[in-house]
Every structure is written in structure tokens, then in C-alpha cells.
Design a protein around this ligand. Structure first.
Ligand code: PMP
Length: 412
């Protein structure tokens, strides 16, 4: 990617003991560009006031910037601003939907076996889960989903658009169309899709869509719940309080309309404004360029990790869209993914993530008890960084794994 882009990210000039760091953990949270950091900070330095609470000059300024951020989110996903609910993250967005639909144990929720815990637990808690059959490392197959709907007659289908373990991209629009045919409520977890793929909620035609601002250059504590207007209007708010009501009497109240009815209390004003700036940055960069760079990084990842001995590389297939997320399962290394992750960080300054990636059912089902080291890249990463990480993994397995594994010459 253009070095000018790298210069926009202050963290990329950070060194540890004089060594520049390589950040390959964007699926957990992305780095933040200066534009987003400055916009977030400006709220605290220039126009601190609560939003929608008064008519003072500063409160109006803060409200203006907060609502401008909402409009940017709306533009980013082709939505109307009133249907964009600002939340702290994907987990809360999904939890709001699961809680607000009034599910009972009689209601079946169709889930995917590769789902992130945040898209399983809320459903497990409120309804009865059924799973779509198939290999959890593969994208969901529309025919299999159709069959599962016919068999289980769910009230809701909740699936992840892009896997946070191996970047598998499910055909979200096709799946939502099938759900609509059967009158099933569709909930799309777009936490890993929104940073990489163009989204138009009209084309997607789901009922609810959840994603995290902090995985797409925004500040932590920012997320989004989008819903079809009627779907959001029927959703029972998880919490009500200041900001959500028009009138309150001693025994009764009337709720505000969207989006306020689903945003109780003081929101993360600074964060939302930072998210707006982050999305403006992504819009300026261009979705096609982001996707093209993602493809280049994915191909580099696949090639670089291919020569790694005694490891199972979890990375979605080469056809169609490619997301630069790969998990390395150290099958025969004799060390856990945590040790590898720490060594990558301490010795090579390569930041990754180890463990089970909030996908215990997937890991249990495959028997990967050592977990996996996940490499996830984004717009600011280079092919060289990916090669460096792969080379570091080779060295780790040859030293810590007690065996020589490097047979492939990696490009420097
Ligand atoms: N779903 C998926 C697919 C994710 O990757 C993540 C984050 N790892 C989440 C949901 C939860 O996101 P957050 O932590 O922002 O709530």
C-alpha cells in the first residue's frame, strides 16, 4: 500500500527497543489514522457538551458533529441515518437484537458452527439454537441453509458474513434472500466484513446488521446496529432511560422515535465523531482499492505460510473475495499458540493473536486444542510485513518446536 497511507497511522512509527513493530492483529482491533484520533480528541478539546440535551452553542455543536458521524455511517452502508444506532461494539449490537426480539425457548435460531461467540451466546441465552450443517471452515452454502430453514423452521437466522478465524466469506445477500422467502428474521454479523467489503444494506436486504467501528479505523467503544426501520421499531429496547423518551409521567412514558429510542443515556460522543472521521478516510481511500489491497495481502499470506512445516493453515479458498485473515494451528510444534504469539511479539515485534478466537465450537470440532495464531492484515500492512511474520514463524518452529522446518526460501 502507498507509504503515504502508512504515514497516516501514528502507531506504525512506534518501535520497541528500536525495532519497528509489525501489526497483524487488525481483526481484533485496527490501528487508527491521525484523522480519527484528531476528530475524537477535538470533542474533548473544542466542543465538550452532551448531545441532544440543550440549546447551548456548544451542545448544538456537539450534537451536529455526532449526527454528522451517524450520517457518515449511513452513507458508508447505504442506509437512512435514523436506522443507524450507535453502540459500543458488535457484541452489544447483537445482544440488543437478541434481547429485543422477545424470543422464548420455543423460538429456534439458526446459527453457523463457525460463529463468533458474540453471535452465539445471545441466541443461546434467549432461544433454542439449531446449526447449519457443513464444514465450519467453509462459507455457508445457500442450498444447505435453505434445507436447514425447511427442517428447523427458525424464527431467526444469525450468521457471520466473514469468519474471524479464516476469512471465509459467506454469500450474505443470497442467504438473506432465502431468509426473507421463508419470513425468517436475518441478522448479519458484519464485524469482519465491514472493514473489507462494500456494504449496501438495500442490496443485502437483511433485517439487522451489526459491526464494530474499532475494527475499521474508529476508536474503541464504537459499533453500529443497523436495522430495517420496521424491524428496529419493533425491537424492545434493552435499556431505557434519558434520551429515549419523549414524556414521562409518574406512572407512564412515551418513547422517542428512531434512532433515540435505542440509544439510552449519554453516548460515546467522542468515539462516534472519531468513527465518522475514520469512515471518511475509508471512503476517500475507495472501497475498490481497499479490496484490491486486501486481495494482494491475502495472496501474500497464503504463499508465505504455505511452506510452514507441521502446521495447519486455516485460510479461506482462493475463489471470490479474499480477506487477509489466516490462522496457523501449530499441530506438531509441541508448543501452544500462546507461546508462539508471545515469541512473535517479544523476539520479532510482530503483533498477532493466539487462542481460540471466540470460536470454541469450531476449534473443538476440529480437535485443535493448541489454539491458533491468527495473522490479520489491513490497509496499512505491506507484503514485506507478511513475509517477515512468516519468516519469524519458521524460525520459531525451528528453534522452539525443536525441529528444522524451513525448506522454502521466503522472499525478503
Ligand atoms: N463477530 C466477529 C466475527 C468478530 O470477529 C468479533 C470481534 N472479534 C465480534 C463479533 C465482536 O466484536 P466486538 O468485540 O467489537 O464486540
Amino acid at each position: 500500500m502507498n507509504p503515504i497511507i502508512r504515514a497516516d497511522f501514528p502507531m506504525l512509527s512506534r518501535t520497541i527497543d528500536g525495532i519497528p513493530l509489525v501489526y497483524l492483529d487488525s481483526a481484533a482491533t485496527s490501528l487508527k489514522p491521525r484523522a480519527a484520533i484528531d476528530a475524537e480528541r477535538a470533542y474533548s478539546t473544542d466542543f465538550t457538551a452532551n448531545v441532544h440535551r440543550g440549546t447551548s452553542t456548544i451542545s448544538e455543536e456537539a450534537s451536529y458533529h455526532y449526527e454528522a458521524a451517524r450520517r457518515l455511517v449511513a452513507r458508508f452502508i447505504g442506509a437512512e441515518p435514523a436506522c443507524v444506532i450507535m453502540t459500543p461494539n458488535t457484541s452489544i449490537s447483537l445482544g440488543m437484537v437478541a434481547a429485543g426480539l422477545g424470543l422464548t425457548s420455543e423460538d429456534t435460531v439458526l446459527c453457523s458452527p463457525n460463529s463468533h461467540h458474540s453471535n452465539l451466546l445471545p441466541w443461546m441465552r434467549r432461544g433454542t439454537i439449531a446449526y447449519v450443517d457443513g464444514d465450519p471452515l467453509e462459507p455457508l452454502d445457500p442450498d444447505v441453509v435453505r434445507k436447514a430453514i425447511e427442517v428447523h423452521r427458525p424464527r431467526v437466522i444469525a450468521f457471520g458474513w466473514v469468519s474471524n478465524v479464516n476469512g471465509a466469506v459467506s454469500p450474505a445477500a443470497k442467504l438473506c434472500k432465502i431468509a426473507r422467502e421463508f419470513g425468517v428474521i436475518s441478522v448479519v454479523d458484519a464485524a469482519q466484513a465491514a472493514p473489507h467489503l462494500p456494504i449496501d444494506v438495500k442490496e443485502l436486504d437483511c433485517d439487522f446488521l451489526a459491526f464494530s467501528g474499532h475494527k475499521m479505523l474508529g476508536p474503541t467503544g464504537t459499533g453500529v446496529l443497523w436495522g430495517r426501520r420496521e424491524a428496529l421499531e419493533c425491537l424492545e429496547p434493552l435499556v431505557i432511560g434519558g434520551g429515549t423518551v419523549d414524556r414521562v409521567s409518574l406512572r407512564d412514558y412515551t418513547m422517542k422515535g428512531l434512532p433515540s429510542r435505542l440509544e439510552p443515556g449519554t453516548p460515546n460522543i467522542a468515539g462516534a465523531i472519531g468513527l465518522g472521521a475514520a469512515l471518511e478516510y475509508l471512503i476517500d481511500l475507495g472501497r475498490d482499492q481497499i479490496a484490491a489491497h486486501g486481495r494482494e495481502l491475502s495472496m501474500a499470506m497464503r504463499a508465505a505460510l504455505d511452506g510452514l512445516a507441521d502446521a495447519r493453515i486455516l485460510m479461506a479458498g482462493t475463489s471470490g473475495l479474499q480477506i487477509p485473515i489466516a490462522s496457523v494451528v501449530p499441530i506438531g510444534w509441541g508448543i501452544s499458540s500462546d507461546v508462539i504469539c508471545r515469541t512473535l511479539s517479544d523476539t520479532f515485534r510482530v503483533m498477532t493473536r493466539s487462542g481460540f478466537h471466540c470460536a470454541h465450537p469450531l476449534f473443538d470440532g476440529q480437535g485443535f486444542e493448541q489454539g491458533a495464531v491468527r495473522l490479520s492484515a489491513y490497509i496499512y500492512n505491506s507484503v514485506e510485513e507478511i513475509n517477515l511474520a512468516a519468516q519469524a514463524l519458521c524460525e520459531i518452529v525451528s528453534v522452539l518446536g525443536g525441529r528444522r522446518s524451513v525448506t522454502t526460501a521466503y522472499p525478503s
